[in-house]
Design a protein around this ligand. Structure first.
Ligand SMILES: C[S@@+](CC[C@H](N)C(=O)[O-])C[C@H]1O[C@@H](n2cnc3c(N)ncnc32)[C@H](O)[C@@H]1O
Length: 237
């Protein structure tokens, strides 16, 4: 760990377990003030489009009770509210919650232990957070617990293009340009950790199988923008 700000040390192996949870929380506390700015610049505002698509792919009627988990600065919360949903945002980083720009209620909570009763929620969104959790199975189990039968999930995250040429370009952009620009605008170590953290994501078949095994059907992956982002959707059985 970098002593000055607890952001993961890029020269150390990727943290796991409690060390990972602490590092992730500290890192987001540190980068919170410029998180939105860096996102918009790095993705050329494609992130805005992906989140709106995520809300459409929830496929729930207006007025649905939706949790946006790992809500960060509240981008998805705003989109859910604009779509007429009753949204609540939850995040583990107080820095991100403090920097949030949304009117929806925000709760400081761990997505792996939700403060919500079983079978009470219509939908869950979660943007760019899967690789930040210490483990995915407990997260999917928690989603299955709180959602009513027929409830929907949409998980938005980064991905790697299948096309070989795009993949090379993407790896240069994500592995070199993003850490450089992120370092200039925000925190160098945090934006060096970001591309490395993709290694936490299991291969696609394993990821989809884990969602299904937790109690979901219609598990689908939709690739966005040439495969640099992915939307995973599923319905609670
Ligand atoms: C890359 S940000 C994504 C923020 C937002 N969802 C978005 O679309 O921009 C990842 C977020 O996950 C949060 N996070 C990481 N682990 C978490 C956990 N176990 N429970 C809740 N939030 C968590 C971080 O604090 C951070 O705000």
């Amino acid at each position: 760990m970098n002593k000055s700000n607890n952001v993961p040390d890029p020269s150390a192996p990727l943290p796991t377990g409690k060390a990972k949870a602490a590092a992730v929380r500290s890192m987001f506390d540190v980068i919170a003030p410029r998180y939105d700015l860096v996102n918009r610049i790095m993705t050329f505002r494609l992130d805005v489009r992906w989140r709106r698509l995520a809300v459409r792919r929830l496929g729930l009627p207006a007025g649905s009770q939706v949790l946006d988990l790992a809500c960060g600065t509240g981008d998805l919360c705003r989109d859910l509210q604009a779509a007429g949903h009753c949204a609540v945002g939850m995040d583990l980083s107080r820095g991100m919650l403090d920097a949030a720009r949304t009117d929806v209620p925000l709760v400081h909570a761990d997505a792996l232990r939700l403060p919500a009763a079983a079978n009470t929620i219509d939908g869950v969104t979660c943007g760019f957070a899967l690789r930040n959790f210490t483990s995915l199975e407990p997260f999917f189990a928690e989603l299955a617990r709180v959602l009513r039968p027929g409830g929907r999930i949409v998980l938005l995250d980064v991905d790697q293009p299948r096309n070989a040429v795009l993949r090379i370009g993407h790896s240069i952009y994500f592995g070199r340009v993003v850490p450089f620009v992120g370092g200039l605008l925000s925190n160098k170590n945090a934006y060096r950790y970001l591309p490395r953290s993709v290694a936490y994501l299991p291969p696609e078949p394993q990821l989809l199988a884990a969602i299904e095994a937790a109690g979901f059907s219609e598990v689908t992956k939709h690739s966005c923008s040439g495969g640099i982002a992915q939307l995973l959707t599923a319905t609670r059985t």
